[in-house]
Write a protein that binds this ligand. Sequence first.
Ligand SMILES: [Zn+2]
Length: 258
Amino acid sequence: MSRKLGAFINFGIGISAVFAVAGVVAFGLAQANQAAASAPDKTVKVSTTVPVKAPVSAPVASTPVSTPVKPAGNPTAVAKGNKTIFLTFDDGPDPVWTPQVLEVLAKYGAHATFFELGSMQEQHPSLKEQVLAAGNSIGSHSISHAQLTKVSAAKRHHEIFDGPASKCFRPPYGAENAKVKADIKAAGMTPVLWDVDTLDWQRPGKQAILNSILKGAHDGSVILMHDAGGNRSQTVAALDEALETLAAQGYTFAAMDC
Ligand SMILES: [Zn+2]
């Protein structure tokens, strides 16, 4: 499957609040990131909102101060310029591959977000704890990896509302429509897609996966990989080399706020 370019979307709205006190200015800025997408899955849009962190300073007491409004649901909020990358692993937890991914992450002091399936969590409950205990976060990837745009309303609700507990939801295959988005929101979650698709599920070879990561890596980028769904030895090997290279370039790897 060849890569397709995806569209941009914003999924978060940054709202600015200005404090005009003694020249202290706080502001939030939302920015849509460019997204390239293709998937095991199909068409995908990508979304990353990266508000700039407001400089912290004590407001003068007598001055009216407006309360900054935090964007609702912003799992990838980071200060721009921090060279932060969000690694994500879908379809697990898997008893063979998830521990290997965790081992590589730990080797570099890196954290990641695991978009897990309810069915896999049920089969391997201890892995979920292991993922969290290492400082990573868990997003929901539905219960059974159903394509949510093609199932009944009842099934869609079940997959979204009764899946892994999280504030983040990544629809299987990146398949979204208005109903899917509305359900995700109603369930108290934020949709999270990606902007770097490594296509690791196709097993294109360690080098190809590594190249995708290194080529796509930028401040705030969300990188899609898998820790289940087949032999992920290429993913593990590519991850190891990618983290070594990117860490040397000053990147850090954060778990999303899920
Ligand atoms: Zn998936």
